[in-house]
Design a binder for this molecule. Structure first.
Ligand SMILES: [Zn+2]
Length: 174
């Protein structure tokens, strides 16, 4: 019995020292760095001091073709390496806003620890950037004829909601 306890304590010590030894890696290709900068800026504007120092973004050709990207973990703790994989086989975004939405969604998982949220606003729009499969939530027009297809005015709400899921319904969502 005593022996079992000693083994248990040794295992605990190992578990702790492993966590202590963890050194996060930040390795984000230059094309995505502005998105990380805007994530930090958006957090700061809303009163959250977030420095992203634990993130690898990489292309992955083994992702299923129905996924644009995935995050390796849903957690806000900083004790495991966070990795966002982008599908190397498909071109997912048409513009920088769609790219931002895609990366912010994945950072919602691996930086903020948020799960998917498929709920809807009263007007039927997704309640959250954490919904699945929609990177055009606040995108500009794909082929601008006039400005009526421009959804950019919704960005402020979706960013508020990303950092605070209790954000009230915006006027346009009623
Ligand atoms: Zn997701």
């Amino acid at each position: 019995m005593q022996k079992a306890w000693i083994i248990f304590v040794v295992m605990l010590l190992f578990a702790c020292s492993n966590k202590k030894d963890f050194t996060p890696v930040f390795n984000v290709p230059a094309e995505f760095v502005p998105v990380i900068d805007s994530f930090e800026a958006a957090a700061m504007q809303r009163g959250y001091n977030i420095t992203v120092n634990n993130l690898i973004i990489q292309y992955d050709s083994t992702l299923e073709n129905s996924y644009c990207a995935n995050a390796n973990i849903t957690a806000s703790s900083n004790d495991v390496q966070k990795i966002i994989a982008l599908n190397a086989n498909i071109k997912c975004w048409l513009n920088s806003r769609q790219l931002e939405t895609l990366i912010f969604h994945e950072m919602g998982h691996c930086i903020l620890g948020r799960e998917h949220d498929e709920s809807r606003l009263p007007n039927g729009n997704p309640k959250s950037i954490m919904c699945t499969g929609n990177i055009a939530l606040y995108a500009p027009c794909a082929y601008p004829v006039n400005d009526s297809c421009n959804q950019y005015y919704k960005r402020n709400y979706y960013l508020d909601e990303l950092f605070n899921a209790s954000t009230p319904v915006p006027d346009w969502g009623k």
